[in-house]
Design a protein around this ligand. Structure first.
Ligand SMILES: Nc1ncnc2c1ncn2[C@@H]1O[C@H](COP(=O)(O)OP(=O)(O)O)[C@@H](O)[C@H]1O
Ligand SMILES: [Mg+2]
Length: 327
């Protein structure tokens, strides 16, 4: 059974010039102990999806519909106080920029203790012990000393490790990592990702990894959801998606990128000509049609449904051929 099941999620914003359908009918699931990558260009709704899961949405939201079932309970139906019991406890999140998420005037130790105290009734000594263990787990040398320090005394990479320690302090079932390494330099990025993979192997935490970096996807994800214009356009296992992409958008993203196993560290998403559609207007046909090299009249008129085109491989495209499925 899935740990998290999102069904037909719609998260819409009010803006000065209309309703922005940032997430529009998204369905996906996260299974126990898996890393699910969500990829797609900037603005396609990845962060809004993660904020919807944790119900950390801004005021100008006009609509959230659909369901987000976690352990079978619909998060969209919980009270705010029930949500507070889940955030940082059963579902944690790490953000792109750790400096904005850490409190500059509190020691690292205090910040980890506060997270634990929010969700567990334990003694100060136990919390200190746990805080030290967490820093050790995320590979911070001399954890006893680091607990006394303030965020500005740490490097960017160390701060991101502290964020991960805080996120894991209560043993969450699901960790959402939204572009967790974008603000870090390349060697540190690799270390933080290795850490995430390591943690997952040890603790069996499920991870939603939002990233632009297909090298990262190849290395640590199990399955991939490709988002475009607030929707899922393709979903498959990592190997399948990287070696046999079926949606023209995914093919475009992969571009001339070396395939899996070849020069992995250069696998970044490439630019696709044309513009992402305006999410404030209803689009009749396929959302990608205006940029798609394969588009025909049919695509402008009818939106393709998500269909299984190969085992465990789902695509929303009129022209993605079926393959490998028993007829
Ligand atoms: N608070 C907001 N008000 C209005 N529109 C928003 C707000 N936050 C995000 N959006 C819009 O939602 C869409 C999806 O954004 P986002 O999820 O941040 O994209 P990304 O895939 O880059 O994470 C974008 O069109 C963005 O402009
Ligand atoms: Mg984002």
């Amino acid at each position: 059974m899935a740990l998290l099941e999102i069904e037909n999620l719609q998260t819409h914003f009010r803006t000065s010039d209309g309703i922005n359908r940032a997430v529009d009918g998204l369905s996906l699931e996260v299974r126990p102990s898996e890393t699910l990558a969500i990829v797609g260009e900037s603005g396609c709704g990845k962060s809004v999806t993660s904020m919807s899961i944790l119900r950390l949405l801004p005021e100008n939201i006009t609509k959230t519909a659909g369901s987000i079932r976690f352990h079978g309970r619909d998060l969209l139906k919980l009270t705010e106080s029930e949500m507070r019991g889940i955030r940082g406890n059963e579902i944690s999140m790490i953000f792109q920029e750790p400096m904005t998420s850490l409190n500059p005037v509190l020691t690292i130790g205090r910040q980890i203790r506060e997270t634990i105290a929010l969700h567990r009734t334990v003694s100060r000594a136990e919390m200190d012990g746990r805080a030290k263990d967490m820093l050790a787990l995320v590979g911070i040398p001399d954890p006893a000393r680091r607990l006394q320090e303030y965020p500005h005394q740490l490097s960017g990479g160390m701060r991101q490790r502290v964020m991960i320690a805080i996120a894991l302090a209560c043993d969450p079932k699901l960790l959402i990592a939204d572009e967790p390494t974008t603000a870090l330099d390349v060697t540190i990025q690799a270390q933080v990702l290795e850490l995430l993979a390591d943690i997952q192997a040890k603790s069996k935490t499920s991870i939603i990894l939002i990233t632009h970096d297909l090298g990262v996807v190849a290395e640590i994800a199990h399955r991939v959801v490709v988002m475009y214009a607030g929707r899922k356009v393709e979903e498959a296992s990592v190997e399948d998606l990287l070696t046999r992409p079926r949606h023209p958008y995914t093919v475009g993203l992969l571009g001339a990128v070396p395939k899996i196993g070849v020069g992995g560290d250069k696998m970044r998403l490439v630019e696709i000509p044309g513009l992402v559609p305006n999410l404030k207007q209803r689009i009749a046909g396929c959302v990608f049609a205006n940029r798609c090299p394969k588009a025909r009249d049919l695509c402008l008129e009818f939106a393709p449904a998500l269909e299984q085109k190969a085992p465990a491989h789902v695509v929303a495209c009129h022209f993605a051929e079926k393959e490998g499925l028993a007829a």
